[in-house]
Write a protein that binds this ligand. Sequence first.
Ligand SMILES: [Zn+2]
Ligand SMILES: [Zn+2]
Length: 172
Amino acid sequence: MIIDVNEIPREGLHIDQDFDFIGLDLVEEDAVFLEPTHAVVEIRKIGAEVLVKGRITTRLSFTCSRCLRPFEFNVDSAFDLVYLPEELDELKEELEEEDLERFFYYHQQLDLRAVILEQLNLSFPFRPLCSEDCEGLCPVCGEVINQGRCACEFRSVDPRLGNLKFFLREKK
Ligand SMILES: [Zn+2]
Ligand SMILES: [Zn+2]
């Protein structure tokens, strides 16, 4: 969805719509969308600056980086961005003191779909976890440790040492 910066009306634009992305568009490539990404965005132009303020919500299925099982992840992320014309790109360093995040638009156009995708990617955790205390998979039986299916005796061992202990046991 391309916004022509010169055609943003004085009162601004109000956009309330769904965007369809696929997992491959994301930094988490194995994520699966459980619903479209809903975006409510206000776009205003003040001088050469384009202010983009909004909120995105969606639901995805992520893979836990420890136990490798899918879990549901809810996105509800607000953003408040300033886009400057490309000519100011060179002055970037002088502008960095500002509180608001600054981006650039090119050829008098703003690709709103790309803006939303970027914000979506920024809302993701660095390492997705089904829960903070997920202990991952048991290196011995391969079951998920904190779902009660693993009965291996080393459970009290720090999970990071699990592989080591397994290795030592194999060598006997
Ligand atoms: Zn997990
Ligand atoms: Zn086990």
